[in-house]
Design a protein around this ligand. Structure first.
Ligand SMILES: [Ca+2]
Length: 132
């Protein structure tokens, strides 16, 4: 048996593995613990102008868990200076892929999705679109 936090099934890399399956058992999804303000950060590996972010929600179980969420960006992994891309209370249809346009032109390296809630964060893919 492995400790619960060592189940690669739920690893954050699953949200960036290129596999778009929205079913947890596919091994394509990230799943946090039940925690305050769960988050996920992607490092773009360089500074890009970020246009929009697509979220592939988990659809096989409790899709409504994705709520009160913020997508913000920073040039610092610690996110001590941030710029807002967008925020949303709920997604319109949890089974659809939701694309969020950033409200203004932002040029940063790190993109974060987090929830202002005590909740599980469970998403299957997060895609960031932009250009240099
Ligand atoms: Ca995935």
């Amino acid at each position: 048996m492995q400790p619960a936090d060592d189940v690669h099934y739920y690893h954050s890399s699953n949200a960036f593995d290129g596999s778009l399956s929205q079913v947890l058992s596919s091994g394509s999804c990230f799943h946090s613990r039940h925690e305050s303000n769960p988050w996920l950060i992607v490092d773009l590996g360089g500074i890009y102008i970020i246009k929009h972010v697509a979220i592939y929600n988990r659809i096989d179980y409790r899709s409504y868990r994705l709520h009160n969420a913020v997508i913000d960006v920073s040039n610092y992994i610690q996110f001590n200076e941030t710029k807002l891309c967008t925020e949303f209370d709920n997604i319109n249809d949890p089974t659809q892929i939701e694309t969020f346009n950033c409200a203004k032109i932002i040029r940063e390296q790190f993109v974060r999705l987090y929830m202002n809630a005590i909740e599980y964060l469970q998403i299957c893919e997060m895609q960031v679109y932009g250009y240099m």
